[in-house]
Design a protein around this ligand. Structure first.
Ligand SMILES: [Zn+2]
Length: 317
């Protein structure tokens, strides 16, 4: 069953498999769920099922399925301009004209609206006109992380496919497979913070991988009093989001505090603290700790990451 490519969501997958087997395909589907819940994966599978020429749709083997999954089927059309804050109304109007041109290769034509919540009234009204008189071969997939932002008249025409959070016994093996380098502790942390959505958990793991690299690079530069290395670490951080920056600086603070107490005889517990306590004096460490505490406070009081990183480059060099 092709729908099994999507993790969890068993009821939803059973319903869709049954509907496509009986050829009871809706014209309009509303795929709803938070970021990282699998809306795009499900949209590709529904599009493949709608265009598939095999059995057990989507078969994922026929030419139609393979083209959809590769994002290159001429009858699977995305209506969006990711550069724009809102989906431009002209694109929706163009789609409305395009709908009446017969499919190129398949028996149906599928239109994907990847962020229906970012369609203003005007665009939603243009969409509504399509929804009121669709051609028999038209299938429309509206994706949203906030179905409340859609006009009730749009929403009521759609078959809603609501994506659910995944239980830990499904999420954990998927994350272990996708991120083989992550520790069990990191995976548990990502599961707890993700709300049960695979895409979010993967994002958290990638972020923590980047963060670990940044922390190590900072500690090496600081231990070696390497001003150039410090600049290399801080320059990309100027573009970070404030809360991510604070988390990172708090990690640095933790290690430096650990190195300081190691200087008065305690055993260091943080990685790299042993090296820093040898190469940097207690006075250096006290000063750096004071600076970090100060900038963490600045960051919390809305000073920009750019200004903070510039100040740190100057003060910690
Ligand atoms: Zn197929």
């Amino acid at each position: 069953m092709g729908f099994d490519t999507l993790l969890g969501n068993d009821r939803l997958k059973q319903n869709l498999t049954g509907a496509f087997a009986r050829n009871r395909v809706s014209h309009f589907y509303l795929l709803s769920g938070p970021a990282g819940s699998g809306k795009k994966t499900l949209a590709s599978l529904v599009a493949a099922a709608a265009l598939c020429s095999g059995e057990n749709r989507p078969c994922l083997h026929c030419a139609h399925c393979r083209k959809v999954m590769a994002g290159m089927h001429p009858d699977f059309i995305t209506i969006d301009d990711p550069e724009k804050k809102f989906v431009p109304v002209e694109l929706v109007r163009n789609a409305r004209a395009d709908v009446f041109i017969q499919p190129n290769e398949a028996e149906r034509k599928v239109y994907l609206f990847p962020r229906a919540q970012d369609m203003r009234m005007e665009a939603q009204n243009a969409l509504l006109k399509i929804l009121e008189e669709p051609p028999a071969y038209g299938v429309f997939l509206l994706l949203t992380d906030n179905a409340e932002k859609l006009l009730p008249t749009v929403r009521s025409r759609c078959t809603e496919l609501a994506l659910q959070a995944l239980p830990e016994h499904i999420l954990r093996p998927a994350l272990e497979k996708a991120c083989p380098a992550a520790s069990q502790q990191q995976i548990t942390g990502a599961i707890n913070r993700s709300g049960g959505y695979l895409g979010q958990a993967l994002g958290i793991l990638e972020e923590s991988e980047d963060a670990t690299q940044t922390t190590t690079a900072f500690l090496q530069a600081y231990a070696a009093s390497d001003a150039y290395g410090l600049t290399q670490v801080l320059a990309p951080m100027e573009k970070w989001k404030r809360d991510m920056l604070v988390e990172e600086l708090e990690r640095w603070l933790l290690v430096l505090a650990d190195a300081l107490s190691a200087r008065s005889g305690s055993t260091p517990t943080q990685p790299m603290a042993d090296k820093i306590c040898v190469s940097r004096s207690a006075q250096d460490l006290l000063r750096a700790i004071g600076i970090l505490q100060k900038v963490i406070d600045y960051a919390r009081r809305n000073i920009s990451p750019g200004a903070i990183c510039g100040y740190l480059q100057w003060e910690l060099r």
